[in-house]
Design a protein around this ligand. Sequence first.
Ligand SMILES: O=C(O)/C=C(\CC(=O)C(=O)O)C(=O)O
Length: 293
Amino acid sequence: MTDRITSWHGSPSRPLYTPPPGAIDAHCHVFGPMADFPFSAKAKYLPQDAGPDMLFALRDHLGFARNVIVQASCHGTDNAATLDAIAKSNGKARGVAVVDPAISDADLAALHEGGIRGIRFNFLKRLVDDAPKDKFLEVARRLPAGWHVVIYFEADILEELRPFMDAIPVPLVIDHMGRPDVTQGPDGPDMKAFRAFLDSRDDIWFKATCPDRLDPTGDPWNSFADAVAPLVADYQDRVLWGTDWPHPNMQDAIPDDGHLVDMIPRIAPTADLQRKLLIDNPMRLYWPEEMRA
Ligand SMILES: O=C(O)/C=C(\CC(=O)C(=O)O)C(=O)O
C-alpha cells in the first residue's frame, strides 16, 4: 500500500432536491489530515486527506445542517480524527467510534464527552483483520446510557451474525442495509431476509445509503430506488440517510454527491417521510436531549 487514493468527487453538483432545514447527513467520515492524525498501521487503504473543513463545506453545499461522523477503518481504534472533527463542528456533528473492546469505562465516558453516541463493529474482511464477537458483546454490554451499536456486514453473513446481534442489549444500526443485492428487487431474497431481521426487534435501525456501492447499474441507480423505497416506507421510524462521503474505496466509481442527495425524494417521496429520514430519526439517536426539550 503506497499511493494515497482520492475517492470523492472534486466538484459535486448542487442537488435538485432541497433537504428540509435541520437535515442530518448521518453517515460520513473524515480522513486525517494525516499530518495530525496518522492512519492506522493496519489500514487497508491509504486515502488523501479529507478533513473537517472539506466535510463541512460539502454539508453546506448540499443543504445539510449536521453530520454524524463514523470512524473509518483506516483510522483503526484511534478516534482522534473523528473527535477533532466533532470538536470543530460547533455542535453540528456527533459521531460513532471504533474501539478496542478492552476500552475502559472512563475512556468510554470521555468519548461520550467528545460527542460519540455509538460504536461500530465492522465485519468486512477486506477492511478489518478480525472481528471478535465475544469481545464485541462484552463491550456492547457496558456502553454509556443511550448509545447504540452500528454493524457493517454483507448480506451473505446476515444469518450467521443473527445470534450475535440478537444478544446485543442496545439498539442496532445496520450500515447500508447489510449490503443487499438491490438488483433482486424489493422482494428479492436479500431484502426479504433483511425485513425478517428488522421484524425480529423493534430497535433495529438501518441506513438507506450507498446506491453507488450497492447498485451496479450506476447513476441514477434505478435498481436501488426500486428496491429501497418500499423498505423506507415500511420502516419509516427507524431509517437514516447519509452521503458516505468521502466514499472510502470508491475511487473507481466516484459518485457525485449532488446526485446522491437527489436519491432522497425517490426513496422517501413525501415531506413527512423526508422529515423522519433526515431529521426526526437521526435526532432521536444522536441529539435526543433536543427532542425532549
Ligand atoms: O464506510 C463505508 O461506508 C464503507 C466502507 C469503508 C468503511 O466502512 C471503513 O473504512 O470503515 C467500505 O465499504 O469500504
